[in-house]
Design a protein around this ligand. Sequence first.
Ligand SMILES: CC(C)(COP(=O)(O)OP(=O)(O)OC[C@H]1O[C@@H](n2cnc3c(N)ncnc32)[C@H](O)[C@@H]1OP(=O)(O)O)[C@@H](O)C(=O)NCCC(=O)NCCS
Length: 250
Amino acid sequence: MRDRWQRAIPALGTGSCQVWWAHTSAAFPQLLDLLDEEERGRHARFLRGQDRALFLVSHALARIVAARHAATVPRAIRFSALPSGGGIAGSKPRLVGPASGLELSISHSGQRVVVALSRGVALGVDVERVSSASEESSLVQSVLPRSEQQELEILPAPMRPWAFCRYWTRKEAVLKATGDGLSVSPKRIAVSPPTGAPALLHWSGPGRPAQPVHLYDLESEPGYAAALAAIGSPLECSEHDGSEILCAWR
Ligand SMILES: CC(C)(COP(=O)(O)OP(=O)(O)OC[C@H]1O[C@@H](n2cnc3c(N)ncnc32)[C@H](O)[C@@H]1OP(=O)(O)O)[C@@H](O)C(=O)NCCC(=O)NCCS
C-alpha cells in the first residue's frame, strides 16, 4: 500500500528539522517515476552506478518527504533551481509551488544519503565518508586555516581522518545553508575543534550571514561524519530511516 509512506513520516513542526538517512541499497528503478525530466536526465548522465544510486535515492527521498509536509504527491514537488549536470558545481535546491515554505538540503557520500527539511529556516546538511584520503596534507591545507591544522596535528594519528571530516562537514553544512557552496573557501570560516561542541567561530571576509548560525553534529553510521547548520533560529533535530520509506514504493 503506497499510502503507508504518509503515515510513516511524522508531521514537521515550526522550529523542527527532520533529517532522513538512506542507503544506496534502497535504490530501485521505479523510484525514477518520482523524478522530473531534468532529474531523470541528470541521473542518466552519471557514469558510475554508485553515483546514479546516490542521486536517485536522495532525490526520490527528498520528494517523498517534502510531499508529505506539503500535503501533495512526490511528482508535484518542484525545484526552482537544480545543480546543472556534470556533478561538480551546483546551486542550493529551493522548493517552489506546493512545497514553498519548506527548506531542504541534500548530501551524499560513500553509500549514504541524507536529506534535511525545515519550515522556513535555511539549513544545510553534509555527510562525508571518513577515509585515509581525508587526511592528505594538500586537502588539509586547502580546507583548514592554520589554527585548525594545529588542532588536527595534536590529535592521535588514528583520530585525524575522522577529525578532518568533522571539520569539513561542519564547514560545508554552513556553506550549504548560506547557499555559497564551495564558491566560498572553507578556509575562510573557522569552526570549533572536532571534539568540542559544534559552533561557527569566525568568518573572514565578506558574506557572513547577518543572522546567527546554529551548528549540529548528526548521528551518522560508523565511518561517516555529518553535520547540519541552520541560519536564524535554532532547530530541534530528529533523525529518521529514509530507506524504510523508500521501500513503501516498491
Ligand atoms: C555543495 C557543494 C559544496 C557540493 O558538495 P559535495 O560534498 O560535492 O556534495 P554533497 O553530496 O554534500 O552535496 C551535493 C548536494 O548539495 C546541493 N547543493 C549543490 N550546490 C549547493 C549550494 N551552493 N548550496 C547548497 N546546496 C547545494 C545539491 O542538492 C547537491 O545534490 P544534487 O546534486 O544531488 O542535487 C557544491 O556547491 C560544490 O561546490 N561542489 C564542489 C565539489 C568538491 O570539490 N567537493 C570536494 C569534496 S572533498
